[in-house]
Write a protein that binds this ligand. Structure first.
Ligand SMILES: Cc1ncc(COP(=O)(O)O)c(C=O)c1O
Length: 413
């Protein structure tokens, strides 16, 4: 059997092979960036077209009632909740991950009066730190303090009764390392602190059981493995026990108990509904709601199994080629500790990613020297992995990535 045929054989027994047809992918593209922007589900496109045509085009303002726009955030949360292992009443779909971090960090500080510290890892996705810093700045150092740590062991060792909340990413955006979420949550709780998990790189790619694991708060993006489209709304999760007293500073009218009573004073809506702020972006929400239909009847455990098989195949195929020995794999070999991406360090990472993209192999670059290959198990085939590694080897051998056009860094990498 030829090398490629081995990968084709794996595709022939893939239980998700048919799901690929639910996406509109350009021909010839091998898409390894679903961890940054998920590919377009045909159902998302149809849902957006409906809003444009029957909704905005014909129903106009009546769409809020007649097209169900007012309930759309709640219906989207309902579709998302099972992917998080949460009750629909514990999930809000609103705003961006950054904004939801701000709201929930503030809520965590309010829920732990007398405690001021926010703990985080220094290498976490920067917006998480920026939002924490911004909140600390506004509250003042007597009420809040951000403490960052170089590694998880150092963070754990420093936990004590002054910590209000620990903010962590489940899967590291650079290396793809997955943290032991249930165990870490329990360790944080042992010190009476709360935990806020950023699930941007895990929601939609693996089973999650937030309620069973006792997670306090979580956030995540709608545009990555949930395939909701560029700038799709994000989600926020709040544990049932914290909902009644949930207090957050961005009191917008959509989070009011009676937005259309137009009362002068703010009266927060019940539970997670008070996390909503302004008018929801209906076009984007419609895309996300359409995209979530793809998960109907899909086993996340089986999806995770395919994701691990794909990431293992990618790591093995690169490791097996002597021409690629300069690519240092940053992603853990241990499946338990791996998310749904593979990252390699290489001094020419940026130029290589640009050259691969021109050949239809789409991954991305993260400064200073990382090639990231996201694995969307619903859409990627095993032959895509083989073809991508072939393309990488051919690029390295030919040196075509050294062309001048691949040396200037674009604004978005
Ligand atoms: C781990 C993580 N958190 C947060 C964000 C940013 O989310 P948003 O742009 O919705 O604020 C990203 C974006 O890529 C991310 O990877």
């Amino acid at each position: 059997m030829s090398d490629r045929a081995r990968f084709e054989a794996l595709d022939a027994t893939d239980p998700f092979a048919a799901l690929r047809d639910a996406f509109a992918l350009p021909p010839g593209v091998r898409y390894f960036d679903g961890n940054s922007l998920g590919p377009q589900p045909k159902a998302a496109r149809a849902a957006v077209l409906r809003v444009l045509e029957q909704g905005w085009g014909e129903a106009l303002i009546r769409g809020w009632n007649d097209e169900g726009w007012f309930e759309l955030p709640d219906r989207t949360a309902e579709a998302l909740a099972p992917l998080l292992g949460a009750a629909p009443s514990s999930v809000a779909v609103a705003d961006s991950t950054s904004l939801n971090i701000f709201k929930l960090l503030a809520a965590a500080l309010a829920a732990r009066p007398g405690r001021t510290k926010i703990f985080a890892l220094r290498d976490t996705f920067p917006t998480d730190l920026y939002m924490a810093e911004g909140l600390v700045h506004w509250l003042g150092e007597a009420r809040a303090e951000l403490c960052t740590f170089p590694c998880l062991d150092a963070l754990r060792d420093a936990l004590d009764g002054t910590v209000a909340v620990v903010l962590l990413s489940h899967v590291d955006f650079r290396t793809g390392e997955r943290l032991a979420l249930p165990q870490i949550t329990a360790a944080v709780h042992d010190h009476g602190a709360l935990v806020l998990w950023d699930l941007a790189h895990s929601a939609g790619a693996m089973p999650l059981a937030l309620e069973t694991w006792g997670v306090d708060f979580a956030v995540g993006c709608g545009y990555k493995f949930l395939n909701g489209g560029p700038g799709a709304p994000a989600f926020a999760y709040v544990a049932p026990a914290l909902q009644a007293t949930l207090s957050q500073p961005l009191a917008g009218w959509f989070g009011h108990a009676r937005p259309f009573a137009f009362e002068p004073a703010y009266d927060p809506a019940a539970g997670v509904d008070r996390l909503k702020c302004g008018t929801p972006p209906i076009l984007s929400l419609a895309a996300l709601a359409g995209a979530l239909k793809l998960f109907d009847g899909v086993s996340l455990a089986a999806l995770r199994e395919k994701s691990l098989a794909l990431t293992t195949a990618l790591m093995d195929e690169v490791a097996a080629r002597p021409a690629l020995k300069a690519f240092q794999c940053l992603t853990p070999r241990d499946a338990e500790r791996r998310g749904s991406q593979v990252a390699f360090a290489h001094p020419e990472a940026y130029a290589l990613i640009q050259a691969l993209q021109d050949d239809g192999v789409i991954g991305d670059f993260r400064a200073p020297n990382i090639l990231r290959f996201g694995v969307s198990p619903a859409v990627l085939r095993f032959v895509d992995v083989f073809d991508a590694v072939e393309c990488l080897e051919a690029t390295v051998r030919s040196g075509r990535h050294r062309a001048a056009r691949y040396q200037t860094t674009k604004e978005v990498t």
